[in-house]
Ligand binder design. Structure first.
Ligand SMILES: *[C@@H]1O[C@H](CO)[C@@H](O)[C@H](O)[C@H]1NC(C)=O
Ligand SMILES: *[C@@H]1O[C@H](CO)[C@@H](O)[C@H](O)[C@H]1NC(C)=O
Ligand SMILES: *[C@@H]1O[C@H](CO)[C@@H](O)[C@H](O)[C@H]1NC(C)=O
Ligand SMILES: *[C@@H]1O[C@H](CO)[C@@H](O)[C@H](O)[C@H]1NC(C)=O
Ligand SMILES: *[C@@H]1O[C@H](CO)[C@@H](O)[C@H](O)[C@H]1NC(C)=O
Length: 648
């Protein structure tokens, strides 16, 4: 009994001494780690010199002199590999500029420079794994690793942090535009599995890659990231501000805006295992991150959240070009005090607090105002809660990172094609078996119905247009040198280059746009053209055309046709600019434009017997549309109907 009591005391003592030596979120810089993330640099040799100059300044001033992170993550699109138009290619010049910036600044000697390739780095690269690939020659990590890699660092506090870079570039890498989504082939998945295993025992594991997960084919990756707290990426250039999400399994996903146009970078702190971050513009004078208490909406169950309520100090990490004069802290609009630099880290500002005042499960507003000796001021704010619960309101932008876009694109184009095919079949059916129209139909809708029926009644158009629609599912859309030196073909269901199958990329989106902006308008133009041709064939009636009708005819036939033709020529150029010969060889290249022209010319030369339009069987001679379509449409159709009946 006494023995067990003593051992209990001993246990308590050991635990206490442990907690004393392991001070978490206290007044010192213990267990505070920080690193920098930058993405989408797009080094180019087509002008934009300031992009590269400022990047060099960033390496020299911010990385080497000011923030001095032990690790810098660069998540892809190191070089632009694109010209002023729509063409992409591997440019050695640009890779050289990137390499030279790293050499001149010597930045890789001052920080672990973890660069990873993105889709621009893999444009027109037939074999990104090979030693000939420019990324493997000119980047910092490329020469060391074939694909994904990990780097683990042990700090002076004996904490370990692992960084796993995920390489999701397609192999082979096509030119733009069909190289936008990330893919993890089986080999690479096995590699990542190993890396994931190697990093399991680290205090904190950070995953990073170029693509947001919603833009990748990466089944099984979430499980491999189960011990990571965050997945950092870029790629989208933050078209939408603050593209952050917390996935249902607890993984944080943080997209960062680009260096290319927005000059963004991110400072991330991991303070006693709890991650905080802030995204900055390069030209700010003060960069600050509140590392404790952490913003409630970014809490994940994968962090030691119980440390929040045990913390003794509010902690703010501040880097600034000029000396800081004061750091004014208030909670819920009540002034709390001025934070002071900690004893062992001049960049960590601390202010003692009694966390139990705020540990009531609700949200509190923390506001920190930082001023330097030139009166530059920045205000950093967050909403925190000290409970271990992670349920908080979340921003709308999450949806972008949660929808699986490849699936969405496929659904969009298949829906578009099905609507088109069903419409053609329906009007074909109606043309053969017309029935009375409901009285409530609008005359515009009637005009459309009538024209579609006329169009679909013509065998040539019905089969041609149906053929184009069905061809989307079967044949190659584009064909040519999809990557440097290798011929390939783009299908709806994927891309084949060098005999290697890659899942569908941008073709679903490009195809859906082409459907909406070319095939639909072309069909409208053709049905109007056929309709006016039909009227023309009945010209014995010789109706005078009103000005308004003339305008309608000009718009629905000529303007719509010129638009459709120009659009498809432009679209074919945009999609094939990077692929040698593809403009001429592709079924959806020049061929489609010529075919559209042929369809149009044919519509001007139709003969009356081409129209297989039938009258209502049970009321011969009377038109279904007689009482509903307006006068100008009505007369010729009735006449036509009669002559049609005669012809049969
Ligand atoms: C780069 O850093 C290394 C190691 O710190 C040093 O030996 C070398 O002289 C530096 N080079 C330049 C150009 O500063
Ligand atoms: C880190 O670990 C080593 C060996 O395990 C030990 O000697 C050292 O005192 C530890 N450092 C700290 C700061 O705990
Ligand atoms: C990191 O892990 C070690 C061993 O599990 C532990 O002693 C240490 O307290 C951890 N550090 C942090 C910051 O949680
Ligand atoms: C913090 O506040 C609580 C009451 O909310 C009090 O019981 C406790 O003693 C305070 N702790 C310190 C260190 O002041
Ligand atoms: C900063 O502002 C204070 C008061 O607003 C003023 O007295 C001081 O001169 C200013 N300092 C500088 C460097 O502008």
């Amino acid at each position: 009994m006494r023995f067990s009591f003593i051992s209990l005391l001993l246990l308590v003592y050991i635990q206490q001494s442990n907690s004393l030596s392991d001070e978490f979120l206290g007044s010192s810089g213990k267990h505070l780690f920080h690193f920098v993330h930058v993405t989408d640099i797009h080094v180019t040799h087509f002008g934009n010199a300031d992009r590269m100059e400022q990047f060099e300044q960033f390496c020299n001033q911010i990385i080497k002199s000011m923030i001095k992170p032990q690790v810098t993550v660069v998540s892809g699109d190191l070089v632009h590999n694109r010209d002023h138009t729509f063409r992409s290619a591997q440019y050695k010049e640009e890779w050289n500029i990137y390499k030279n910036i790293l050499m001149r600044t010597n930045v890789t000697q001052h920080t672990q420079w973890l660069d990873m390739r993105g889709n621009h780095d893999a444009f027109n690269d037939p074999n990104p794994e090979s030693d000939q690939s420019f990324y493997r020659i000119y980047s910092n990590q490329g020469p060391l690793h074939k694909g994904s890699y990990q780097y683990t660092i042990k700090t002076n506090d004996n904490d370990t942090y692992s960084f796993v870079g995920l390489d999701m570039c397609p192999r082979p890498g096509a030119g733009r535009p069909f190289n936008f989504l990330g893919i993890i082939p089986t080999d690479e998945m096995n590699n990542i599995k190993d890396l994931s295993q190697q990093t399991k025992t680290s205090n904190t594991t950070i995953f990073f890659g170029h693509y947001p997960l919603a833009f990748t084919y990466s089944k099984g990756l979430m499980e491999l990231m189960a011990h990571g707290i965050v997945y950092l990426n870029g790629h989208l250039h933050s078209g939408i501000k603050h593209l952050y999400a917390r996935h249902s399994d607890g993984l944080l996903e943080l997209e960062l805006g680009d260096w290319k146009d927005n000059r963004r970078f991110r400072l991330i702190t991991i303070d006693s295992g709890i991650l905080s971050f802030e995204d900055f513009r390069f030209d700010q004078t003060i960069y600050a991150v509140i590392s404790n208490p952490k913003a409630a909406k970014f809490k994940t169950p994968r962090e030691p959240l119980e440390r929040l309520s045990q913390s003794t100090h509010i902690r703010i990490v501040i880097y600034s070009k000029l000396p800081i004069v004061d750091v004014h802290v208030s909670i819920d609009k009540k002034f709390l005090g001025y934070a002071k630099p900690s004893i062992d880290n001049e960049h960590l500002y601390v202010l003692p607090w009694n966390a139990s005042f705020y540990n009531d499960g609700s949200l509190h507003d923390l506001s920190v105002e930082i001023r330097d000796n030139q009166n530059n001021t920045i205000k950093s704010e967050n909403q925190f809660s000290l409970s271990t619960s992670t349920i908080t309101a979340w921003t709308k932008s999450k949806i972008i990172l949660i929808i699986h876009w490849p699936t969405f694109g496929m659904a969009a184009i298949i829906t578009g094609l099905c609507i088109y095919i069903i419409a053609l079949s329906f009007y074909r059916y109606r043309a053969k078996r017309p029935i009375a129209c409901c009285g409530s139909c609008f005359s515009l809708w009637n005009k459309f119905r009538l024209r579609m029926m006329l169009l679909c009644s013509i065998d040539f158009y019905y089969y041609s247009l149906m053929g184009i629609a069905l061809y989307h599912f079967i044949g190659p859309w584009y064909f040519g040198y999809l990557t440097e030196g290798y011929i390939g073909a783009v299908f709806l269901w994927g891309t084949v280059i060098r005999g290697i199958y890659l899942p569908p990329d941008m073709q679903t989106f490009m195809g859906a746009i082409q459907l909406a902006l070319f095939l639909y308008p072309l069909t409208l133009c053709l049905c109007s053209s056929c309709y006016y041709r039909y009227n023309q064939l009945q010209s014995s009636l010789n109706l005078t055309e009103s000005r308004c009708d003339r305008h309608i005819r000009i718009f629905t036939v000529y303007i719509l046709f010129v638009y459709s033709l120009l659009f498809i020529l432009f679209w074919a150029f945009v999609t094939t600019a990077s692929y040698k010969l593809a403009f001429f060889l592709s079924p959806f290249g020049l061929t489609l434009a010529i075919f559209a022209l042929f369809l149009y010319i044919k519509s001007r030369r139709l003969k009356i017997e081409d129209f297989k339009f039938q009258s209502t069987p049970n009321s011969p001679g009377s038109s279904i549309n007689e009482s509903h379509i307006d006068d100008t449409d009505q007369q010729p159709i009735i006449a036509g109907r009669r002559s049609g009946v005669k012809d049969h």
